[in-house]
Design a protein around this ligand. Structure first.
Ligand code: ADP
Ligand code: MG
Length: 240
């Protein structure tokens, strides 16, 4: 579904991604781990061109999205993204947050969009918050709405950038539970996370990054129980 080849990204003179190769297959759950500043968010943001790489290829569903002829807006509609800080529209109700992109971006009929929105609210357990505003929600509820909003576009892949890092501890589980459900349903997901338990239980592939490189990757058993690289061992010893 996503093939990244020789990807490089610099900010000024700072080389943040140095020759990244990565594949995400349909139905795969990829967990990306690594210390702060290692380039995890930048890599995720390059996957939907929120950042423009300096070199390399990002092939999404067979098309290089860096190609000038590629309709990036169309590709983006199929790539959902959930951020650490939710990024809900503060001036819109929950249902408007969820239906905005389908109606404006996909020209979906308003009634259909609301129906889909209601189904998604049921799925994330927040149908009673349909007319609430983001300021009236807890962090965990905001993040579940942000996930529902992303899913409303019916994307082929979901990208999550530390979706539970801004949450109070007691709210982490409700968000991870929604993500586990998505995983069970076969949603293709790339998740930057420090939740080792989640990565162990749910990921089909674990990628460890450090200093702009992928240092190690493999199944959860390979990376967590038979760690090869010193840098990975060092990181895991600090977070587990
Ligand atoms: P991570 O998500 O692993 O913590 P990031 O991808 O956010 O790492 O950042 C990697 C490096 O790139 C850091 O040194 C960060 O300061 C730098 N960086 C990220 N975004 C920008 C930007 N927009 N401008 C300049 N430097 C940036
Ligand atoms: Mg980050």
């Amino acid at each position: 579904m996503i093939k990244i080849k020789n990807l490089k990204k610099k900010f000024g003179k700072l080389e943040v991604l140095k020759n990244i190769d990565m594949n995400v297959k349909k139905g795969e759950i990829v967990a990306i781990l690594g210390p702060s500043g290692s380039g995890k968010s930048t890599l995720l943001r390059c996957m939907n061109l929120l950042e423009t790489p300096n070199d390399g290829e990002v092939i999404f569903e067979g098309k290089n999205i860096l190609d000038k002829n590629c309709d990036i807006n169309k590709a983006r509609q199929n790539i959902g993204m959930v951020f650490q800080n939710f990024n809900l529209f503060p001036n819109m109700s929950v249902i408007d947050n969820i239906t905005f992109a389908p109606i404006k971006g996909k020209k979906m009929d308003k009634e259909d969009a609301i129906k889909i929105g209601e189904q998604l609210l049921q799925r994330v357990g927040l149908i009673d918050k349909k007319y609430a505003y983001p300021s009236q929600l807890s962090g965990g509820q905001k993040q579940r709405i942000a996930i529902a909003r992303s899913l409303a576009m019916q994307p082929d892949v979901m990208l999550f950038d530390e979706p539970t890092s801004a949450l109070d501890p007691e709210m982490v589980k409700e968000v991870l539970d929604v993500m586990k459900e998505l995983a069970k349903e076969g949603t293709t997901m790339v998740v930057v996370t420090h939740e080792i338990g989640f990565a162990k239980e749910v990921a089909t592939k674990v990628v460890f990054m450090d200093g702009g490189y992928i240092v190690e990757e493999g199944t959860p058993t390979e990376v967590f129980d038979n760690t090869k690289e010193g840098r990975t061992k060092d990181f895991l010893s600090k977070v587990i």
